[in-house]
Design a binder for this molecule. Structure first.
Ligand code: PLP
Length: 459
């Protein structure tokens, strides 16, 4: 007997008719990153079209964060929908060990055409965290297979985020998100993020760490922008230097492009801003245009070759049931068709231009870090804010006496304010950011900028 079901089974239909989707949801669903004790009911979305989401009352929301950074071309895109539907009637799923299929092969071919030239192999999984897990396993086993069993440690940037599985939590910043599991997370060596003012410290730390490179397998980083850590940005020159140091000392480099990939930063990949290419790249989110779950870990031929052996124990033993799902790969191919057009490129450039115009409009001065700072009235402990832009991403860090924190109280106030305005933003604590689908209209962006101004003017 399932005690959770309070209504008699024969009345299920009646219960469904009489309850809102939010009420039914609250009874049976446990949502991610949600404190159900205090969180409001989840908003029931019944339809998505372009940059809009529609709830069950017909209210429209502009999806200004591309539904957790995944959506590139708009919701329910007819071209992606058509391609996936056609694929469904041919082949919806097949085991990917011992078998293959056209969408997986074609997507790998097309990805390798646009990824850094040193990348030659594509390993599929089904989300961002698993793409990172695979990367870490590839790097550690690469050395293990060659007998370097001491080379097991991982260097990661401070303040990073790479996912919520145990392996990825271990290389992310230690925080309230993962503190209950502290004892289960392997030791990671953290490197200061080379933001302005901290470049030398970061480089020096890396140089020092390289003294023990014989114990270090890899260096993992979010290239140029740390997303969940508050849209923290740093310069390509610094990343280039860090990667060079790692490479010179035989340490593999892993670029987690899960948020930054597919045009987000203004170029196809954030690592397109640098000359020295990473050994491994992780992709997900925008990979399918945000339509389906898929992950990719790409690597160099040298890494792949270290797994080739008569000894079967040298195999990369990693798989997921839905590895390289044909529908997801088809969505990936359709998304690439849309992404690699002049039209999408100009939309990306336009978003960047509009972000910059908005920044100029509300900027007042530069702080010592070269970031623009606006001083506003001291109310609700609000002192000033900093604005950063990279490609299609605009972030406004509101500085309060609570400091920068995911748990900053201003987060809920801002979230609610924008939801009431029909805009979906999900501030990272005191950092409000925009990361819209590329199809967003200029009018919608102007409306969002206006609402941001209104929000800032309140203080
Ligand atoms: C840089 C980065 N890596 C990894 C992940 C994890 O991806 P997923 O949520 O698909 O597991 C995220 C998710 O936000 C991310 O931003």
């Amino acid at each position: 007997m399932n005690e959770q079901i309070e209504y008699p089974v024969e009345n299920t239909q009646l219960y469904i008719q009489q309850s809102s989707l939010s009420q039914r949801d609250e009874k049976v669903v446990w949502h991610p990153f949600t404190q159900h004790k205090t969180a409001p009911f989840s908003i029931p979305i019944v339809r998505g079209e372009g940059a809009y989401l529609y709830d069950d009352t017909g209210k429209k929301y502009i999806d200004a964060i591309a539904s957790w950074w995944v959506n590139l071309h708009g919701h329910s895109h007819p071209y992606i929908a058509q391609k996936v539907a056609e694929q469904f009637s041919k082949l919806e799923q097949v085991i990917f060990a011992g078998f293959t299929h056209e969408p997986a092969v074609r997507l790998a071919e097309r990805l390798l055409e646009i990824l850094p030239k040193n990348q030659t192999k594509i390993f599929y999984s089904d989300n961002g965290s698993t793409a990172v897990e695979v990367a870490l396993k590839m790097a550690i086993q690469y050395f293990h297979n060659q007998g370097f069993t001491k080379k097991t440690k991982v260097i990661a940037l401070e303040n990073g985020y790479h996912g919520d599985t145990f392996g990825t939590m271990a290389v992310g910043a230690k925080s309230a998100f993962n503190s209950p599991f502290e004892g289960f997370l392997y030791e990671t060596i953290y490197l200061p993020v080379p933001i302005k003012g901290q470049e030398e410290h970061s480089l020096k730390t890396m140089k020092d760490l390289m003294q023990n490179a014989d114990e270090i397998a890899c260096f993992i980083f979010e290239p140029l922008i740390q997303g969940a850590g508050g849209m923290v940005m740093y310069e390509p020159e610094m990343l280039e230097e860090l990667i060079k140091l790692a490479k010179q000392n035989g340490v593999l480099t892993i670029a987690d492009e899960i948020m930054t990939g597919f045009g987000r930063t203004g170029k196809l990949f954030a690592t397109d801003y640098i000359e020295t290419k990473p050994d491994i790249l992780c992709l997900s989110k925008g990979l399918t245009g945000g339509a389906m779950a898929l992950g990719v870990t790409s690597c160099t031929q040298e890494i792949y070759d270290a797994f080739l052996s008569e000894d079967r124990k040298k195999t990369l033993f990693h798989s997921h049931s839905f590895t390289a799902n044909p529908l997801a790969c088809t969505a990936g191919l359709a998304s690439l068709d849309l992404l690699l057009t002049e039209e999408t490129n100009s939309k990306i450039l336009k978003i960047n231009q509009l972000h910059n115009e908005f920044k100029l409009k509300i900027d007042r001065s530069d702080d010592e870090n070269g970031q623009n700072v606006v001083c506003v009235d001291i109310d609700y402990n609000l002192l000033k804010h900093k604005i950063r832009i990279k490609g299609t991403i605009l972030a406004i860090e509101i500085q309060t006496v609570e400091g920068t924190s995911y748990f900053n109280n201003i987060r809920d106030i801002a979230y609610q304010f924008f939801i009431e305005k029909g805009i979906l933003v999900r501030p990272l604590g005191n950092v409000i950011y925009l990361l819209p689908p590329y199809c967003i209209s200029e009018e919608d962006l102007a409306y969002i900028y206006g609402c941001i101004e209104e929000f800032l003017d309140r203080f």
